[in-house]
Design a protein around this ligand. Structure first.
Ligand code: 5AD
Ligand code: SF4
Length: 440
């Protein structure tokens, strides 16, 4: 979502004469869009700010003018005051819910009003004040439909930094999607911290579910592929499971984090479901869409996690079998309930061992998944040129990166690829002779 937000900030600034640069060096303004989800991500803010400060100094020294430095995103939201104190050279600090006010903030900052801090959660949603003209028209692009989270998992900062759940109206999403398609987008990934909790106002005043929104989007001409991320198991409603069977442009890949496999840990995490309930959701989804590829997020070493409880996570992974996954060591986040479980913190060494064991299993599953494609034909949306001469890179319906030798003019089309090799992180294949479909 930070990628999407950064693109929206660029849209907002473009009428003011700003355009995106490839590198921060020499820029008139640098916006650091930050992530607060884990300590590691969050720490990067200050080291990156140090780099930007040096760039600003060398720009000033070479008499090429000044560089405005801004910090956006969730670290700004959570630690705005701290940033202003530790980095007094920062001009603007604003959270994810106030970037639509960038022009005002910028005007103030350039007027010499001192450091600007805006971490409000405004009543009027920012989406109403984002410009219409410029939108992401990449072949494959993101579209935020929902933001924020009311789930309050015990380890997570999102409900505090992104705020309460908010769903955009169906009309505003459809018109953004239409503009994207008109600009050349063929694949849209619907975004939300809790995307399947979507409940937006429909054109008839009724509240639409994510399943209904997906059906509306699937009816748009020119859209070939749809995806959505990230979902919570509790919101995998019957109608949403069913669209995986009924909507052919909905790709057979789902990121459905479970975090842990032990019921006691799931409860302590406030996930509000058991490991078996998760297994049953997966069974139901696979009933509707047998080839559905699954992805997940896992946390090892949550406070108090025993060896046996970690083993429950391993067992769950064996039972589900993932095509892809992200896994993390638990990292205490300021202000979250789990961070207060002081006496129960797990030693770093144990966390590392558990993470290594889990990742070995997940990597094995991912490789086996990719290998199972050898000899098969897959439709690949060709997105860009690869590093090697004559090579294009695209994605399979299952989110795998696919490398294929192909003429460049085929970028933007869906090609049938015969997979020759399934590797740890990608597939490699050749174009099926004579077959280049124009739609997915
Ligand atoms: N420590 C480790 N991982 C975390 N995540 C969220 N908060 C934490 C934390 N405090 C992980 C979860 C979530 C993903 C986006 O980041 O697995 O699904
Ligand atoms: Fe964080 Fe996701 Fe839990 Fe919300 S549902 S609190 S975003 S982990």
């Amino acid at each position: 979502m930070n990628v999407y937000d950064s693109a929206r900030m660029a849209d907002i600034l473009s009428p003011l004469g700003y355009s995106m640069t490839a590198e921060p060096e020499g820029a008139d303004m640098a916006i650091l869009n930050t992530c607060h989800i884990r300590e590691k991500a969050s720490e990067k803010t200050f080291s990156e700010l140090g780099r930007l400060r040096n760039m600003r100094k060398s720009k000033q020294a070479s008499d090429e003018g000044d560089m405005i430095i801004a910090v956006a995103g969730c670290v700004a939201q959570a630690e705005g005051k701290e940033i202003m104190k530790r980095a007094p050279y920062v001009d603007m600090v604003f959270g994810p819910q106030s970037y639509h006010k960038l022009p005002e903030m910028l005007a103030e900052a350039t007027r010499g009003a001192g450091q600007i801090l805006d971490t409000d959660f405004p009543v009027e949603p920012k989406f109403d004040s984002l410009p219409d003209e410029a939108i992401d028209t990449n072949l494959s692009a993101f579209l935020t439909v929902q933001e924020g989270c009311d789930k309050f998992c015990a380890f997570c900062v999102v409900p505090y930094t992104r705020g309460a759940e908010f769903s955009r109206s169906v009309d505003s999403i459809l018109s953004e999607a239409k503009r994207m398609i008109a600009g050349g987008t063929r694949e849209i990934t619907l975004l939300g911290q809790n995307v399947n909790a979507y409940h937006g106002e429909g054109p008839d005043g009724r509240t639409y579910s994510l399943a209904e929104l997906i059906q509306e989007l699937a009816a748009l001409d020119g859209l070939w592929r749809l995806r959505y991320t990230t979902s919570h198991p509790l919101e995998m409603t019957e109608d949403l499971c069913r669209v995986h069977r009924d909507v052919d442009i909905l790709m057979p890949y789902l990121h459905l984090p479970v975090q842990a496999g032990s019921d006691r840990i799931l409860e302590a995490m406030n996930r509000r479901h058991t490991a078996d309930e998760y297994r049953r959701i997966i069974d139901k989804l696979r009933g509707y869409r047998p080839d559905l590829a699954l992805s997940g997020d896992f946390i090892v070493g949550f406070p108090g996690e025993t060896d046996a409880e970690f083993e429950d996570t391993m067992q769950l992974v064996r039972d589900v079998s993932y095509a892809q996954a992200y896994s993390f060591k638990y990292s205490p986040r300021p202000g979250t309930p789990a961070a207060a479980l002081e006496g129960q913190m797990i030693e770093e060494k144990i966390k590392s061992e558990r993470l290594a064991a889990l990742q070995a299993l997940l990597n094995e599953q991912q490789l086996a998944f990719n290998k199972s494609f050898e000899g098969r034909e897959v439709p690949v949306l060709l997105e860009r040129e690869g590093k090697r001469e004559g090579q294009l890179i695209g994605r399979s319906p299952y989110m795998q990166s696919v490398f294929v030798q192909s003429p460049t003019h085929r970028i933007g089309r869906t090609a049938t690829v015969i997979v020759e090799e399934g590797n740890a992180n990608s597939l490699r294949g050749k174009l099926k002779p004579g077959d280049i479909a124009s739609a997915a």
